[in-house]
Design a binder for this molecule. Structure first.
Ligand SMILES: Nc1ncnc2c1ncn2[C@@H]1O[C@H](COP(=O)(O)OP(=O)(O)O)[C@@H](O)[C@H]1O
Ligand SMILES: [Mg+2]
Length: 576
């Protein structure tokens, strides 16, 4: 169990034990610091008129500092801005904000700032303030979303604590709130840490189902005018997930249009359920909640909870819990989908760059050769002299022979079959052998985890191709431009990084100078698209070295066929 999870459980336990607003506030402060890495955290509680602060709780400031600062803020300046306008506020430097009054004497320096409102039953209750992110950088979008989820939870917990404090019999209600906090924070962390949508949705489905004791919980995602049954938990018929249904006339479409949870006990909704959407796939239910997944006014789908397992039906409390879960789930889906879009964009860009590289290569090598062939033949033809014609045809045939060889090697380069079929190590060995046959002395070290039996799966297709192209380009350049005699090649895979280095003893060049070549540029593009780094160093008359470091990514376990890495994400994995 990591520290943050322990922190969450501590909050949970204390809420259960204390039923006390004070305790809730204190725990939320700690959890907020932990989640965002803020050095200081504070929680301001609004006064009755809601235009100032009645209380101000802090973390990270000791007694002595507190005495030095003197009176606590009452809610003017930047804090006042958050009171007047309760939306998240994220600043790189709080002191330079237009509402800032500056800090009182003795106040520790603070620059990065994140403030989010805490609402209780839809009414402003206070604000959560975080300052001085530990990395010395500004707070991120993830921090903001994490803090907002926590503020949402604080609102629910404060409401509970107010309403139920002292009533032992309401312990169950509270337990649910605690579970909701736990689920919320788990999801917040999953969203921050990764963007594997399938895994996140599975987590949401499982936690959601447990939270409201539903027989099943299904997450439907919107794709144009269809809903995809993207994830689910509980007693689901086989083959249900992955199916798509038309959005039209479904309960989901009503929920999304109204922006409100719909109940299957409603007569109209029941009719929709029975005739359209998932009800049409053979699912039956006597009760159900259909909650819209909306993030920043954009609809992403719905959470559907079917049939309550305990005695009685779903109640308003279940509805509220599911709605708070839906808020974090929608954030998760939005984040993951924008990441997937970004990956798609990058793949398209890489393919585009690749195509233009080959267009250039074909232009330079083949088109130029054909041009000179035409020149030879047409000059001879114009002369009208039989002897010259015969000589030109002979020369032309020779030229053609050469062009065919060039074209053939271009085609082999375009798709290195050795890489596909035999893997990276064998393909690199073949490259190095070819360089040796052309007269270069090559020292090579290739250590790859899969080939050495340290890893179960091959490297991702894009990564293999990139490493191959770096070595290929560097070897070609060393021979062609550097006229090198000795080259060392090292391709070494460590835990999370792959290091590639190719050094030659050739004549070197000025890497800062712009050239018309595309080799080094293409190398940089490929490496950057994979999130790696490359540097080219060269000293005239001493040699050139190309050094790259790339993050290790592997093919999913199922794909043993080779080729490019699959576009589909791996199947949902359990995270529980
Ligand atoms: N190993 C090397 N030794 C000497 N010069 C090099 C080396 N690698 C690259 N260069 C120089 O950098 C230029 C750009 O290289 P590159 O981008 O691969 O383009 P291209 O090979 O198509 O000319 C080359 O034209 C050459 O002048
Ligand atoms: Mg080159």
């Amino acid at each position: 169990m990591d520290q943050a999870t322990r922190g969450v459980l501590k909050v949970a336990r204390s809420v259960l034990e204390q039923l006390d607003v004070e305790q809730v506030l204190e725990r939320v402060l700690d959890a907020a610091r932990e989640l965002t890495g803020a050095r200081y955290a504070a929680l301001g509680v609004l006064d009755e008129s809601r235009d100032g602060l009645a209380r101000f709780l802090t973390r990270g400031i000791d007694e002595e500092q507190r005495r030095e600062i003197g009176s606590l803020p009452t809610g003017r300046g930047v804090l006042g801005e958050l009171i007047r306008n309760p939306v998240p506020l994220r600043l790189e430097d709080v002191g330079s904000h237009r509402y800032s009054y500056g800090f009182p004497v003795g106040h520790p320096p603070m620059s990065s700032f994140l403030g989010v409102p805490i609402m209780v039953r839809g009414e402003p209750y206070g604000n959560l303030y975080l300052t001085e992110k530990d990395s010395g950088q500004a707070f991120t979008q993830d921090d903001e979303e994490g803090a907002m989820l926590l503020a949402d939870f604080a609102g629910v917990a404060i409401d509970h604590a107010r309403r139920f404090s002292g009533f032992e019999s309401q312990r169950l209600q509270l337990e649910r709130t605690v579970q909701a906090l736990d689920a919320t924070i788990q999801i917040a962390r999953a969203v921050g840490g990764e963007t594997d949508l399938a895994a996140i949705l599975e987590l949401v489905a499982k936690r959601g189902r447990a939270l409201v004791s539903a027989k099943m919980l299904i997450i439907e995602l919107l794709h144009g005018d269809e809903l995809e049954l993207a994830a689910g938990a509980g007693d689901l018929p086989r083959g249900l997930l992955g199916q798509r249904v038309p959005l039209e006339n479904t309960v989901a479409s009503a929920a999304l249009r109204a922006g409100q949870t719909q109940r299957l006990t409603d007569r109209l909704m029941r009719a929709r359920f029975e005739q359209h959407g998932i009800g049409n796939l053979g699912l039956t239910a006597t009760d159900g909640l259909v909650v819209p997944l909306v993030f920043r006014n954009h609809p992403y789908g719905v959470l559907v909870a079917l049939d309550h397992l305990g005695q009685g039906a779903f109640d308003v409390e279940h509805e509220r819990l599911l709605e708070s879960l839906a808020a974090s789930a929608a954030t998760a889906v939005a984040t993951a989908q924008s990441a997937a879009d970004e990956r798609h964009r990058q793949r398209v860009a890489a393919a585009e760059a690749e195509r233009s590289r080959w267009a250039r290569e074909l232009h330079d090598e083949t088109l130029q050769a054909l041009g000179s062939l035409r020149l030879i033949l047409s000059t001879a033809q114009r002369s009208g002299d039989a002897e010259r014609m015969r000589a030109a045809v002979g020369q032309g045939l020779e030229q053609l022979e050469l062009d065919i060889t060039t074209l053939r090697s271009l085609i082999t380069e375009l798709r290195p079959t050795a890489l596909d079929q035999l893997g990276l190590e064998a393909a690199l060995t073949a490259l190095i052998d070819r360089a040796r046959r052309s007269g270069l002395e090559v020292d090579a070290e290739v250590r790859l985890a899969y080939e050495d039996g340290r890893a179960g799966e091959r490297l991702a297709g894009e990564l293999e191709t990139t490493v191959y192209r770096i070595v290929q380009e560097a070897l070609t350049n060393a021979g062609k431009h550097g006229e090198a005699t000795r080259i060392t090649v090292a391709v070494v895979e460590e835990e999370a990084a792959l290091h590639v280095a190719v050094s030659d003893d050739g004549r070197g060049f000025d890497p800062g100078a712009t050239t018309s070549g595309f080799g080094l540029e293409g190398m940089r593009e490929r490496v950057e698209l994979l999130g790696g780094q490359v540097s080219v160093q060269s000293v005239p008359q001493e040699g050139t070295s190309v050094v790259a470091t790339l993050p290790v990514t592997r093919r999913p376990a199922a794909d043993a066929s080779g080729g490019a890495s699959p576009a589909q994400p791996s199947s949902p994995r359990s995270r529980a």
